[in-house]
Design a binder for this molecule. Structure first.
Ligand code: FE2
Length: 412
């Protein structure tokens, strides 16, 4: 937790508050008008599931597209960039927009206003990439194939196509409402059809997320890609159990030259390692064996684990691992543990600074597009399987009473 981060968070905190929604609303309105024309016919043939590892090459059209995107980027490190009227953070070497938990009620084919606003605004932060913490559609219930297809059609219309049209790569992790990996006692997937249809959506070349894959053998459930000197590992945390084989794959991937030669490593999964939200503070809502998984990520110098599922924004860390708990932009924002703050839907802009290996989060409250003041967030969150601290807070900063309230102890 460098001094730089603390300084910037303080500045962000001072800037929080009344920064403007009017411009955002007008942008949303004009963008919605454009999006109205983006209804696709998805009845075309879908490609069969690809199950072979593909290594990227310089001839890879996706990689070439990536290079084009980077070349077309207008802003540079240090520029203050945001949609008009919003607080504009200093651009890092890499800028990432993080959205998560987009869905509405079970079976929904449309999205709430905050989702549409976030998607409309995302290109205007001029990010290099958009990441999603999962729950992009509203399954994990009894739905017909037609109903599941209608949800993915809705995702394509409101999220997938607008992001592609903006020329933005889209790295995502599968959530429990997209295609849960929850298994029955006989070992089969309880939501096998949802998994099949989520895979079909993402395997369709027309829906390419525009990623420079390093290993897509397990795509869309687990895969790796590289972008702007960052190596990304996505695992299937759509239930609390990541299979042993996949953990072995993750270790092999993180140990690879491609991963270790990158300037930074980021891992993404839907369930967090540790709890941050009320009513999600129980086993099953966090990854099993979180300490062991964290040790794996730390061993290979993963900087940050990005997750969703808890519907509450929290910039946390434990040990050497930063954890960006992305807030929801869809239905059901939740109250943070150890907090009396009202719920909020959020989108986070992450600026990555390679020279000091730092990341700076600027998180916007979708209600009024004000910036979340990190100082208002709890300094410590005690969950059922571990305690995490707010980034920038040290264990020694806590009072004796706070330290005593954590049954899990701490490690620096
Ligand atoms: Fe979820």
């Amino acid at each position: 937790m460098g001094l730089r981060r603390r300084q910037i968070l303080f500045i962000i905190g001072m800037a929080a508050g009344g920064i403007v929604a009017g411009a955002a609303h007008s942008l949303l309105n004009s963008s919605n008008a454009n999006n109205a024309d983006r209804n696709l016919d998805l009845s075309s043939d879908r490609s069969p599931e690809v199950n072979s590892s593909q290594q990227s090459t310089t001839n890879d059209p996706e990689q070439l597209s990536q290079q084009t995107n980077t070349a077309n980027r207008k802003s540079k490190r240090g520029d203050k960039i945001a949609p008009e009227g919003l607080y504009a953070p200093e651009r890092g070497d890499v800028r990432i927009v993080v959205i998560s938990d987009l869905n509405s009620a079970y079976g929904a084919t449309d999205y709430g206003d905050e989702v549409k606003k976030a998607i409309a605004l995302a290109p205007q932060w001029q990010p290099d990439i958009v990441l999603s913490g999962g729950d992009m559609v509203a399954g994990q219930t009894i739905l017909s194939p037609e109903e599941i297809q209608a949800m993915w059609d809705g995702f394509e219309k409101h999220v997938g196509k607008p992001i592609r049209d903006a020329g933005l790569p889209f790295g995502f992790t599968i959530g429990n409402h997209d295609a849960s990996s929850w298994r029955s006692p006989d070992g089969g997937y309880l939501f096998a059809l949802e998994r099949e249809m989520a895979s079909a959506y993402w395997q369709d070349p027309a829906h390419s997320p525009n990623l420079n894959f390093v290993d897509r053998a397990g795509f869309p459930f687990y895969y790796t890609f590289a972008h702007n000197d960052i190596f990304y590992l996505v695992w299937d945390a759509s239930s609390d159990r990541i299979p042993d084989e996949q953990i072995a794959w993750a270790e092999q991937s993180l140990a690879s030259d491609a991963a270790q030669a990158a300037k930074m490593r980021i891992a993404i999964g839907h369930l967090p390692l540790y709890a941050v939200a009320v009513d999600r503070d129980r086993l099953g809502e966090v990854l099993a064996n979180a300490d062991q998984l964290r040790a794996l990520l730390e061993k290979y110098n993963v900087h940050t684990y990005i997750s969703g599922h808890h519907h509450a924004y929290f910039p946390g860390y434990r040990g050497k691992l930063d954890m960006l708990h992305a807030g929801a932009i869809g239905d059901g924002p939740r109250v943070l543990l150890n907090s009396s703050l009202p719920t909020m839907k959020t989108v986070t802009v992450v600026d990555v600074f390679f020279d000091n290996n730092d990341t700076v989060y600027t998180t916007y409250n979708m209600a009024d597009m004000s910036v979340v003041d990190h100082q208002t967030l709890p300094r410590m969150i005690v969950g059922p399987n571990g305690t995490i601290l707010r980034q920038g807070v040290s264990w020694s900063d806590l009072s004796a009473a706070e330290q005593a309230s954590s049954p899990h102890g701490w490690e620096d």
